[in-house]
Ligand binder design. Sequence first.
Ligand code: ADP
Ligand code: MG
Length: 253
Amino acid sequence: MTTIVKAINVRKSFGAHQVLRGVDFEVENGEVLCILGPSGGGKSTLLRCINHLEDLNDGVIWVDGEIIGYELKGSTLHELPPRLLRMQQREIGMVFQHFNLFPHMTALENVIEGPVTVRKEPKAQAEARGRELLTSVGLADHCGAYPVQLSGGQKQRVAIARSLAMKPKIMLFDEPTSALDPELVGEVLDVMRALAATGTTMIVVTHEIAFARDVADRVAIMVDGEIREMGPPAEVLANPKDARVRSFLSRVL
Ligand code: ADP
Ligand code: MG
């Protein structure tokens, strides 16, 4: 097993409010880590720190051997210049609760936008791969559809295909099904389940306990800016040791 993500003592405050209070974890290549926990516990902030949408106040996050947002010069850390930071960020796919598709572009155009404009792939090649990706998320027949013509579940599946088009080393999901009507949740979880089966490294913040139980290799429970429990789902969900975790789980299980 090789470690692909390693977070050490990650701290983040907004003003006087300490949102992440020293978070440590590792994710192995190909592993699925689900992060659960009460709202306001810092889950989204942690994901945003992993791809450096937020600066850390302390600690470091490594992804595939690189410190995100920084470079080592001698023995000191220096902030990466924006161009190099953007290169790192491209290697980390992120799917949000709200799909953030470009409304004036078709599904296929949304998917090939990154590969063509950022990775400078030839358009025909990007389109061929874009169609493959849309097929893999069950949307072969919707390549030409605009977001407004798609359901929430379909939009989220386009968003997943769009992230994958950048060939990320890891995929981050922040409550990807929380904004969906209940009958559309399953189709998105099915796509994520299939993605996990291909060996994609995934960190998934979710309230879908059944998904975490079935698909996650490990779950982490975050409360008040700390990971209180982490381990195989069967263990953590059945026998939580921490009182706050027990009370959270008793409300959601
Ligand atoms: P979760 O995703 O677990 O619900 P968040 O990471 O979104 O938690 O938020 C954790 C805490 O940090 C909350 O109290 C939230 O209000 C606060 N917070 C998040 N982002 C910001 C921000 N940009 N500015 C100030 N406070 C923030
Ligand atoms: Mg959140």
